[in-house]
Design a protein around this ligand. Sequence first.
Ligand code: DLL
Length: 431
Amino acid sequence: MFWNERMETLKGKDLGDLQLRRLRWTVTQAGRVPFYARLLGDASVGTGDIRTLQDVAKLPFTSKQDLRGGYPFGFLAVPLREVRRIHTTSGTTGKPTVVGYTAKDLSNWAELIARNLTMVGLGEGDVFQNMVNYGLFTGGLGFHYGAELMGLTVVPSATGNTRRQIEMIEDFGVTAIHCTPSYAMHLAEVAGEMGATLETLKVGCFGAEPWSEATRGELERRLGVSAFDSYGISEMYGPGVAMECPEKDGLHIWHDSYLVEIVDPATGEALGPGEKGEMVITPLVKEAMPLLRYRTGDVTMLMDEEICSCGRGQKISRILGRSDDMLVVRGINVFPSQIEHVLFSLPEVGEQFMVYLDRIHQLDEMTIEVEMNRSTFSGELRDLHRVQEKIASALRETLGIRTDVKLVEPGKLPRFEGKAKRVVDRRGVLF
Ligand code: DLL
C-alpha cells in the first residue's frame, strides 16, 4: 500500500537524477544561511561543483554544536515571517536547537507521515491514537497532521493518564497507536492490571528511542498489534525520515527527501552497505532550514537495496544506539539497546530496567536494576539467586563485561511517558 507510489518506488537513474537536482537546490538554499555561505566559501564549493551524487562528499559536515551556535534563528534560510511553525529539540544540555518550517515544509512533512502510516496498512476508517507530547516535540503535531491528511480519525490524546488512554482505546475503537516503545510497555502493563483486552488494536507505530526485536515480540504479544519501527529527528522535520514496511526487516528511507550516508564516526570516511557507522543526512526538500550532511550521532548501517518485496528502495537497519551516548565501560563499547535486548529476551524479566555506572576504586562498575515479572517475584528465594545469575551471565555473554544485577519488585522502577532515560552515568560525579 502506497501513499505516493511513484516517489516511494523510484529507482536507478530516475531516483539519482531527482536526488541530484534536489541536492543542488539544497546547496543553493543553504547558501542563504550566513554560516553555510562562509563554510562553502572557505571550501570553495558551490552548487556548480555538485555534478554527481558522490560530490556530496565535497560538502562540509554540520554538527549539533554548529546548530547550537546559531541559536535561535541563525540557520533559517527564509525570513521569519515565512516560518509557519517552530519546534525545538529536547536537548538536555545547553540551549535547544530551533527548527523552522515554511508552509511547504509542513505539507512535505505531512506527506512523509502519510507514507509511513499507509505503508503499515492504515487508511480511511482507522482510528489513530497519538500518545506522544503535543508541544515542541515533533512527534505529536508531526504524526497528527500526516494522519489527518490521509483521512484517519485522530485521537490527539498526547501523554499522561495511562488508564484514561486505555479507556479511550476501548471506547473509541482505536485501531492504531503511536508512542515510544517504553511507553507502550507501560501501557501493556496497565492494560493488564485493568483487565483491558484492547481488542480493536491492530497496528502500533513506535519510535523516538532505540528498542529491540525482543521488545517488538513483547509488544506484539501483549498489545495484540503489529509493531513497526519509526525513525526521525527534529533537525530534519521530525518523524517521517524512515520507517519499517510490513517486511519488518529494516527501515525505508524516504529517499526523495533525504540523502543518507553512513560514515566512520572518527574519520568521517564513507562506509558501504553492511558496515556500521554514524548516519549523516542531507535533507533534499527543506526550505526553512536546509542542512548539509548533518551528523545525527545515530549508529546504523545501509542494507542491500533492491531486495525488499514491498517495492520500496533504500533501507537502514534499526538504530543500534548513538555514537555519542555509547557507553564505554572498562574500555568496552556498550549500547543500551544491547542490554535491553538481553533482558527482554529472558522470561523472568518484567517491564523495566535501569543502568547505573559508577567508578569504584578507579574501576567502572555497571549496576543493572531489573524488575522481575510477577511470577518470578512470588517464587522461592533460591530461585531469585538463580535468576540473578542467569541474567548476569546472559549480559556477560553479549556485552563481554561483568555487571552487578539487582532484582527489584515489579512496578518499582520509574516509568516514562516520552523517551526513556534508563542510563545514569555517575562516574564523573564526586559524592
Ligand atoms: O524523536 C522524532 C520522532 C518522533 C521520531 C516520533 C519517531 C517518532 P528528536 O527528539 O530530535 O526527534 O530525537 C531524535 O531520537 O537522533 C535518535 O537518537 C532517536 N530516535 C528517533 N527514532 C528512533 C528509532 C524524534 N526509531 C533522536 N530508533 C535520534 C532509535 C531513535 N532511536
